[in-house]
Design a protein around this ligand. Structure first.
Ligand SMILES: Nc1ncnc2c1ncn2[C@@H]1O[C@H](COP(=O)(O)OP(=O)(O)O)[C@@H](O)[C@H]1O
Ligand SMILES: [Mg+2]
Length: 223
């Protein structure tokens, strides 16, 4: 079974009086263990597509199944639950909480769950180790480099053990070498733990690390 199955997705945005057709009928099936790049120029619909897969936004038409579940049939509570348990997010701007340490940022998604303090601590330390930051636990985001911040974001996305991690241009704010290293961290997690990654990029070097590339152009999949 495919972990993501999107069929005939369209998404329109109203901008003043004009209607923008951001997605014009996208089909996408993603299988277990994929490390998938969504490529395409700015404005081609990459973020829109990732937001729909991540159930952050709803399609205008078409259907999405996540791990076999048709998301259009879910209540908003069920949708929030699905997001929290099956999907992790990594963003271009890292989106860490500035007043919290690396440890606390990663711990944050766990606070809503009933997990004993020492178990939580162990999980967070494992996650820090997983991204090579075990000695930076007490550092705040502004005491970390861009690459280290993105590693914290990866660890935070992983902490709930999601099946899918969505990353919208995760290397866009990193220099080339750092971006590649961050992708390598993601790739290793994909290989070791089987987590599916779907990331958008327009960096050819980053694309070349994908197990498959889906090319978007003007709201359509072209290859
Ligand atoms: N919230 C929005 N309101 C209006 N237009 C939007 C909105 N989000 C995206 N768009 C438009 O949809 C198209 C696709 O955007 P986007 O998915 O952000 O592309 P990409 O991530 O590939 O740069 C663009 O024309 C963009 O301007
Ligand atoms: Mg975008």
């Amino acid at each position: 079974m495919d972990i993501v199955e999107a069929k005939a997705l369209t998404k329109d945005f109203h901008l003043g009086k004009t209607l923008i057709y951001a997605l014009k009928g996208v089909d996408l099936a993603v299988s277990e263990r994929e490390f998938l790049a969504i490529a395409g120029p700015s404005g081609s619909g990459k973020s829109t597509l990732l937001n729909l897969i991540g159930c952050i936004d709803l399609p205008t038409s078409g259907s999405i199944k996540i791990d076999g579940i048709d998301v259009s049939a879910l209540s908003s509570d069920e949708l929030a639950d699905l997001r929290a348990t099956k999907i992790g997010f990594i963003f271009q701007m890292f989106n860490l909480i500035p007043v919290l340490s690396a440890f606390e940022n990663i711990e944050y998604p766990l606070l809503r769950k009933k997990i004993k303090h020492h178990m939580r601590k162990e999980k967070v330390m494992d996650a820090l180790k997983n991204v090579g930051l075990e000695s930076f636990a007490t550092h705040k985001p502004d005491e970390l480099s861009g690459g280290q911040r993105q590693r914290v974001a990866i660890a935070r996305a992983l902490i709930s053990e999601p099946k899918i991690i969505l990353a919208d241009e995760p290397t866009a704010n990193l220099d080339h070498k750092t971006g590649t290293a961050v992708l390598e961290v993601m790739k290793k997690i994909n290989e070791d733990q089987g987590t599916v990654f779907i990331f958008s990029t327009h960096d050819p070097k980053v694309m070349s690390m994908a197990s498959r590339i889906v090319q978007l152009m003007d709201g359509k999949v072209i290859s």
